[in-house]
Write a protein that binds this ligand. Structure first.
Ligand code: ADE
Length: 413
């Protein structure tokens, strides 16, 4: 059994590697320039194949790497095993680990006394600023992968609490335009279909949140024949959703006809007890946001008479009003708790940006302040050009005259 699991992990890692051309190019660059050679890098990301390739890229570039998961339910055990046993990468992660185990694993990563941190959700940085403050002086800087982590970091920065520079990888164009939109769009559909084997066509599907992730999910759900309704608190995003062709209404109205609700807001209690009371019978509930508080499990427990697992990672709650609802993946991000995460070529761009930001921290940390930094635009440009090369697409170049025209304010008047 173990060797089957190991084989599966090796296959998944090899498959991902074969399709991550951009990161492959960055690996050559890092080996050539030696920027990461001898550095210690602590990582807390979703432990699955694409993350494994990022970790190995950094390791191949000469860094000493330790990897833990950033969510107790998102680990691919086959990959975790293969990283440890086949590829010599210290990995601390198990699918379904308890809260205590989750934190023990993060502590093991910090036991490396890292120079650079790479987070998805900000837990390593939070620990370094609370429980392990003595390690702060050693840290050159960090990277953050996701919207939720950036929100946390900005709050720390605003209160003057952030003690080292962090690159907001999530806010790079080559990250959010593709990963948040097409990545979350596809992997959320994948997770829901894997969990339920239900049809999307003809279903009323409510998407909570119309950020880049929400619009990707809404687009893909509609593409599969779903009848999509969006809920929002931001008036501009609500207008965008309407003009993109979706119904827009408050959640309390939307749940009355919903066959599925997918929450991807980054906020808590998007589904609370009031919504459960009004919800259509047999509604499927899924979350694709970072934390498992978007669909309130306290509210589900309080307003249910029973709960039972009816399929792998599908829990049926019988509500006090006699209706039933189905919660996928314990309310944790469905695309990783049930699905395999974002597609390989999407993570290729996100993780190429991660590797370049790690290089940037290594080479520029002395001149950086303890702030949240945007990824430099030239990095987006580099990743985009490598991606075009990987797709065998060439594009035009402005002539000198065109460049001059665009840079002038009075030519042509
Ligand atoms: N695979 C690795 N990290 C991921 C993330 N943040 N979202 C989706 N899939 C991933």
């Amino acid at each position: 059994m173990t060797s089957q699991l190991l084989q599966k992990g090796i296959e998944r890692l090899n498959w991902a590697k074969t399709h991550m051309h951009v990161l492959g190019e960055i690996e050559k660059r890092l080996i050539d320039n030696g920027a990461l050679d001898g550095l210690k890098i602590g990582m807390a990301l979703h432990v699955e194949a694409k993350t494994g390739i990022l970790a190995m890229t950094l390791q191949n570039a000469g860094a000493k790497v330790r990897l833990a998961s950033c969510n107790p339910l998102s680990t691919d055990d086959s990959v975790s095993l293969a990283l440890n046993e086949e590829f010599g990468l210290e990995t601390y992660a198990k699918k379904g680990e308890s809260n205590d185990e989750y934190y023990e694993n993060l502590y093991s990563v910090l036991g490396l006394n890292p120079d650079i941190t790479i987070d998805d959700g900000g837990d390593l940085i939070l620990l370094l600023h609370t429980k392990f403050k003595d390690m702060l002086p050693n840290i050159m800087g960090g990277n953050e992968e996701t919207t939720t982590g950036i929100i946390r970091l900005k709050a720390m920065e605003a209160e003057g609490m952030l003690k080292f520079p962090v690159f907001a990888v999530n806010n790079a164009k080559m990250k959010y335009l593709f990963d948040n939109r097409y990545g979350t769009g596809q992997s959320t559909v994948d997770g829901i279909l894997t969990a339920t084997n239900l049809t999307l066509a003809g279903k009323r599907i409510v998407v909570a949140g119309y950020g880049w992730c929400g619009r990707g999910i809404a687009m893909r759900m509609q593409g599969m024949g779903g009848n999509v309704c969006v809920t929002e608190v931001d008036p501009v995003k609500a207008v965008e959703a309407r003009m993109d062709g979706f119904d827009v209404m408050p959640m309390i109205e939307a749940v009355k006809t919903a066959d599925m609700v997918v929450s991807v807001t980054g906020c808590k209690d998007i589904i609370d007890q009031n919504h459960l009371e009004a919800m259509k019978d047999k509604c499927v509930l899924a979350n694709s946001g970072h934390f498992d508080n978007e669909i309130s499990k306290d509210a589900l427990d309080a307003y249910s008479v029973s709960k039972k697992q009816v399929r792998g990672l599908v829990d049926e709650y019988e509500l006090k009003n006699g209706r039933k609802v189905y919660l996928l993946g314990e309310g944790r991000l469905v695309n990783l708790a049930v699905g395999q995460g974002h597609p390989v070529e999407i993570m290729d761009m996100s993780f190429a940006t991660q590797a370049l930001c790690a290089e940037r921290v290594a080479t520029h940390h002395k001149e950086l302040e303890p702030k949240v930094y945007d990824v430099p635009p030239e990095m987006d440009d580099m990743v985009a050009r490598l991606k075009l090369k990987a797709m065998d697409i060439s594009i035009d170049t402005s002539t000198t005259e065109q460049a001059k025209y665009l840079a002038s304010w009075n030519e042509g008047t």
